[in-house]
Design a protein around this ligand. Structure first.
Ligand SMILES: [Zn+2]
Ligand SMILES: [Zn+2]
Length: 399
């Protein structure tokens, strides 16, 4: 399904931009000189200065990625990270200082970057990607994923597919960090991160992200390894380099499918690199139906107003929202109105600060009969500037 016409300013902008830039400065040689060897693309500084990028994750890898983007003269970069700087980050991240401890990572980062690379416009959001309204990605050309959890990668894959944005994902490998991995996903025209997962792992992650019943609250802790800064520097630089090259190739290609690739490098006792492609998986639920996205008719609109403005039947939430929760320690019942995955990671009882929380009611979708149909969607914890999936059918089926 083509969402272009329904997203004023987003894909239309990219198309315009692409038309203006598609030409001599990128992979096509301008001079009568011999063309570059097959597969080689020039990274033109003028073209890079026109790019709007979103970097998700401001850890060791994210620090390296934004450094390289700054050196290359990227036009604008929005950094998205929910966390604050901790002492343990200082030995792994080039831009954090002791005085930043306790401050939002994304904010501390853009302050340092604005000093180092004033030509680039730096912006920050202190939230997870799933809490960034899709409308904030409307002018983005490329998403760079520097997160350390597969749930976050799936959330980024969803945003990439919903907005038809290419994603360059990277990770430092387990069980040791002498391993780096970079993958390129081309939006609608290629596999997404979820396509790459085994059916079992895909099911696990989607369950964690989508579960409407209480599930185990997976706390994840990044390992501290001496090799992290080294591998973050290598992997982050390659993520930018290889990712931008594929981005420009994608922009110039017109085929129906653009093969998603993964590059892996190991620098242990037996150094090794490999590169392989991943086709779209017929079993990936994120590709089942690419949604039509609609903005709210006004900032305080409820689900009913959104449905009335579109003439459709169901607002499908990208991620479930917990509207009622109970504390298993002190019995307090409250309305978190937060994304379930956020609550599981950060939530605490407002009374006793306990973390044994029972989710009593989670919402996946809203129709006109819902008891929350008249509540402004932003009061349910949905982000500002979000674009909503609205379907003609009644609630019941979920991706
Ligand atoms: Zn997929
Ligand atoms: Zn409590």
């Amino acid at each position: 399904m083509d969402t272009t016409s329904r997203l004023p300013g987003s894909l239309a902008t990219k198309t315009r931009f692409s038309g203006r830039q598609a030409g001599p400065s990128l992979s096509a040689p301008t001079s009568p000189e011999a063309p570059p060897p097959a597969g080689e693309t020039h990274l033109d500084r003028a073209a890079l200065s026109q790019l709007n990028l979103v970097v998700v994750g401001a850890g060791a890898l994210g620090n390296e990625v934004v450094k390289t983007l700054g050196l290359l003269g990227a036009g604008s970069v929005l950094i998205v990270d929910p966390d604050i700087v901790e002492k343990s980050n200082l030995s792994r991240s080039a831009f954090f200082r002791a005085r930043d401890c306790g401050r939002p990572k994304a904010l501390a980062l853009i302050e340092a970057l604005a000093q180092a690379f004033p030509e680039t416009r730096w912006q920050s959001r202190q939230c997870e990607i799933a809490d960034l309204g899709l409308g904030e990605l409307a002018h983005c050309h490329l998403l760079m994923s520097c997160v350390d959890s597969d749930i976050a990668r799936v959330e980024i894959a969803w945003a990439g597919l919903a907005m038809n944005l290419p994603v360059v994902d990277a990770g430092l490998g387990a069980p040791n960090h002498w391993h780096g991995r970079i993958s390129f996903f081309a939006g609608h025209r290629s596999a997404c991160f979820c396509c790459k997962l085994s059916p079992r792992r895909r099911q696990q992650i989607l369950f964690m992200a989508h579960a409407t019943a209480q599930s185990c609250w997976g706390a994840h802790q990044a390992q501290l390894l001496a090799s992290t800064p080294t591998m973050a520097a290598i992997t982050g630089s390659l993520q930018v380099e290889l990712g931008l090259r594929s981005f420009f190739e994608l922009r110039q290609s017109s085929g129906k499918e653009f093969l998603s690739w993964t590059f892996e490098a190991s620098f242990g006792p037996d150094p090794e690199t490999r590169r392989f492609s991943t086709p779209r998986s017929p079993h990936c639920p994120l590709h089942v139906s690419i949604p039509e996205l609609r903005p709210l008719p006004h900032a305080q609109a409820s689900a009913r107003e959104l449905l009335d403005s579109t003439g459709l039947a169901t607002v499908e939430l990208d991620w479930p929202i917990c509207v009622y929760a109970g504390c298993l320690d002190c019995g307090t019942v409250w309305q978190p109105r937060r994304r379930v995955a956020w609550l599981r990671r950060y939530g605490a009882c407002p009374q006793c600060r306990g973390r044994h929380i029972l989710e009593k009611e989670n919402l996946n979708c809203l129709d006109r009969d819902s008891s929350w149909a008249d509540t402004p969607l932003i009061d349910l914890g949905l982000p500002d500037r979000h674009l909503y999936t609205v379907r003609p059918s009644q609630a019941g089926e979920r991706k």
